[in-house]
Design a protein around this ligand. Sequence first.
Ligand code: ZN
Length: 440
Amino acid sequence: MEFNVFEHFKGIEKIPKDPTNNDQQGTSFFLTGHMGEQISSHLDDYAAKAGMSRRNFVKSACGFAAAMLAVNKITGTKFFDVEEAEAYDPAARKELSVARKAGTEFIVDQHTHICWRKDGYVPGVNTTEKGMWFVQLLDNLGKAMGLPNGIRDMTVENFGKLVLEKSDTSVAIFNPFGFREDYGGKDMVPIEEQVEVRNRWPDRTIMMGGGLTPNQGIGETLDRLQMFVEQYKISGLKLYTFDSTPKRGWWFDDEKLAYPIWEKCRKLGIKNIGCHKGIPFGQFMARYAHAEDFDAVADDFTDLNWIVFHSAWPYHNELAALKGFKPQRKNLYSELGSCFAATVTNRPLECAHLLGTLIRDLGADYVMWGTDSTLWASPQWQIEAFRRFQIPEELVKGYGYPPLTQEVKRKIFGENAARLWGIKVTAKTEPAAPPTVVAV
Ligand SMILES: [Zn+2]
């Protein structure tokens, strides 16, 4: 299957890149899509000004700054807070990068994955055709981001290298993949394999459980939940409401199928429950990607926190309405996995509307940072892009969006998730000191 979910990034797979070079990753992304060619010619100009070969320039921090600056110039809008000198003077770039980082060092990535499992995905043996669609999507995305073996490189080992070592992320929340109907009757990433991440980095990771499909039987679902909590000590749940049973999906507000799960979560002490919403990839029936079922559960279970992954993009306006018109609500959260990555480089105006809508309607205390790495290799280029991104003045005025201030960025980057998960905020100093995760 063709790599077509993020069609506007077509061409990125042709750009050779090193998955451990964060600047090159980010710059490569800017070079794709409808602005790619124009950005590329700006890069040539800045490379000449910096006295560097084009080849070396795209691997450098100046190259990444030049790409962001090019977007400002092409769109005539200051989406990125980047100074001209940063695009050709390495010393200026370094100095301003340090200045921009001040106060935003504590980063919790609400959305991270490993995608490979030990017995792999064999079509017709342990993986259905639909299951292969998703495997192929992840494989193509990984290869596009420079992982030479695609999904096979999205391992425990590389999680450590790309997310924990090569980025400013302090704590990563691990997200599971279930979909047992399509993967030979066991979770796509079985819990006994995903727990290796937490076992290796217990101070820097938090593990969510998943793979609950109530359409397979509520009794079995509740038993699995209990096993995840008692045997594997999961800290929360990340679920998917589409499935490959004949019913094809379910809703969080289904009193028969779903409410027994939430009641059991209460008993077991699980307070944070999330769901993939938006981005209706491959086998995902798009109707289940809408967040409308969070309306009733947020009211019926006010003692639980509800996290909408991907901020339901491109249906984020529907999500925003669940708080914008119900400001009394204090337990509805969103996170930015893949929706920020997919819009920031080539659809910056859409990115500004997305962030602006979420911050205005859900509130700055309820939007959380997430990158969906290792799907996008290291999260660092996204971190750098978010540090520099701003909501343009005309949108602040015209839509009433709150400006993306340092204070708001601090909340989104880490403070909100720290509050939700009971993580002690410890500023990352040089060299990086691992933060402490307090038991939740
Ligand atoms: Zn994800």
